[in-house]
Design a protein around this ligand. Sequence first.
Ligand code: ADP
Ligand code: 5GP
Length: 212
Amino acid sequence: MNLNKRPGLAVVVSSPSGTGKTTICHRLIDSHEDYIYSISATTRKPRGEEVDGVDYMFMTEPEFEKAKDSNEFIEHACYVNNWYATPKAPLRASIAEGKVVMLDIDIQGGKSIKKQLPESITIFILPPSLEELKNRLKGRNTDSDNIINERLDTAIHELNVWNEYDYVVVNDDLDDAVAEVDSIINVERLKTNRLNDKDYWNKSLSKLLGLT
Ligand code: ADP
Ligand code: 5GP
């Protein structure tokens, strides 16, 4: 019996591309054993040092279609001409194991996850300014000017949905943003209504009180 045992949780982190959500998710995963990354499927080509099966499951369009038709995805969306999707089985299994699953996904995906898994939490990350967002997209050095401009156009529309998320965090100083996201997750995992194994808790408490 361990009263420190905490429930699994799906954490959707969305933001306009280039804001820093992937960086924030990886920082948290690197510093917590029980946090993992939800590896999405995509038809986008690998970028920079991205590794298949680690950053994404890179698929051809026919492979993606086949997986979609076999109902392997909990959600899927098109983002700037490429398909992206969250595999269903690993997500559910990891939550059941007590893991915090970080879902670095776009706004359409965030909304679908919340609909299908209402107990998930959604966090919207804002850039400190559009100018800084442009600098980050350019500084990442992974996309052509055309793609950067498309992503910036998409960003301007996406910024309007911040208030549909449970939480909003501004990624100005990276350490502060990581700490804020971590606090949100910690607080959510302390909520009594998330302790779905009530028997386990009642038994643990009885033991603590010397009643068993
Ligand atoms: P996203 O996943 O939202 O598309 P990334 O995590 O890839 O964004 O970050 C985009 C770029 O911005 C990366 O080069 C990253 O190192 C940089 N970055 C992230 N957060 C910050 C920050 N707080 N300050 C400065 N640069 C940042
Ligand atoms: P990128 O090409 O920069 O890796 O991702 C482009 C956008 O697709 C980002 O907003 C990213 O969060 C989103 N994305 C990545 N994986 C998924 C996914 O599984 N589902 C959805 N809906 N969006 C995703």
